[in-house]
Design a protein around this ligand. Structure first.
Ligand SMILES: *[C@@H]1O[C@H](CO)[C@@H](O)[C@H](O)[C@H]1NC(C)=O
Length: 273
């Protein structure tokens, strides 16, 4: 139990470090091995740069767009046309960097209502989706690695040999959110998961319990990412700026529509105050 608490504390500390900034994760377990074999520069370069950005050095673990024009360049299709330079200059707008989200106002919970007639997230989306991204679900709860070395540790089998620690620190690489297709962070049964978490089962039986109960086991991070694979193409065809499509687009495609870029800027400004 003490060990669990210690690990939870470490993960919380790591999460605090990246707050406001984003995290960049590899998409495949084998990335570190592929990179070691030279695939980051070979004929699979284009694929590797976007799917194994940590192992190929496309972005730093702690990441953010480096230019204010990133959202506009992304909407012009530059992420594809100039992949190598755009992915490192604009990792958030090109979708490989996921800013960690937090609500800006303590009133978000009051403004949000389950009755859509009174729900500010629905009636006032431009303001709300930016200032209350957690409450208004602009952001997605998912499994993100909280350490830059996760791909390497994963490639050398640590998810099995050191499961309790690894699932907590590297839930993305260890596939802790594999229970649903979109890799969102959901407990299969909140009541049962709560019972297991209180009985320290997340720690005692991590390989089975954490993938079933990622939320109760505390491995979820709320980040700004697109929710649909077509987002980038929709953004390029102008959907983010069409009045009729905009409310849907801002919520479904926050990365491609530039909302994630704004969120990480708000986070950075707040941290400097
Ligand atoms: C969830 O778990 C509880 C406690 O074990 C159980 O009583 C309940 O039937 C489960 N719910 C579903 C929908 O499986």
């Amino acid at each position: 139990m003490d060990k669990t608490l210690a690990i939870v504390t470490i993960v919380a500390a790591l999460a605090a470090v990246v707050e406001g900034k984003g995290v960049c994760n590899d998409l495949h377990r084998d990335c570190a091995n592929w990179a070691k074999k030279g695939h980051c520069t070979g004929k699979n370069k284009e694929y590797m740069l976007s799917h194994c950005p940590i192992s190929c050095g496309t972005c730093q673990f702690e990441c953010a767009d480096k230019d204010d024009s990133c959202p506009s360049w992304a909407k012009l299709g530059e992420c594809e046309k100039n992949k190598a330079s755009m992915l490192s200059l604009c990792p958030t707008s090109c979708g490989i960097c996921a800013p960690v989200c937090k609500d800006v106002s303590p009133d978000c919970k009051i403004w949000h209502s389950t009755d859509i007639r009174f729900d500010q997230c629905t009636t006032n989306p431009e303001f709300m989706l930016r200032n209350c991204p957690v409450t208004c679900s602009t952001c997605t709860s998912t499994c993100k690695d909280m350490h830059a070395d996760c791909p390497g540790w994963t490639a050398s089998g640590e998810c099995n040999s050191n499961a309790a620690h690894m699932y907590m620190t590297c839930p993305h690489s260890c596939d802790a959110c594999k229970s649903n297709q979109r890799h969102e962070c959901h407990d299969f049964n909140a009541t049962q998961c709560d019972i297991w978490a209180k009985a320290a089962e997340c720690h005692n039986n991590p390989e089975v319990v954490i993938p079933m109960c990622p939320s109760s086991c505390g491995v979820c991070t709320t980040v700004c990412i697109d929710r649909d694979e077509s987002c980038h193409q929709w953004a390029i065809s102008g959907e983010c700026d069409k009045e009729s499509a905009r409310p849907f687009m801002l919520k479904t495609c926050p990365s491609s529509c530039g909302v994630c870029h704004e969120l990480e800027k708000i986070g950075a400004t707040k941290d400097e105050l």
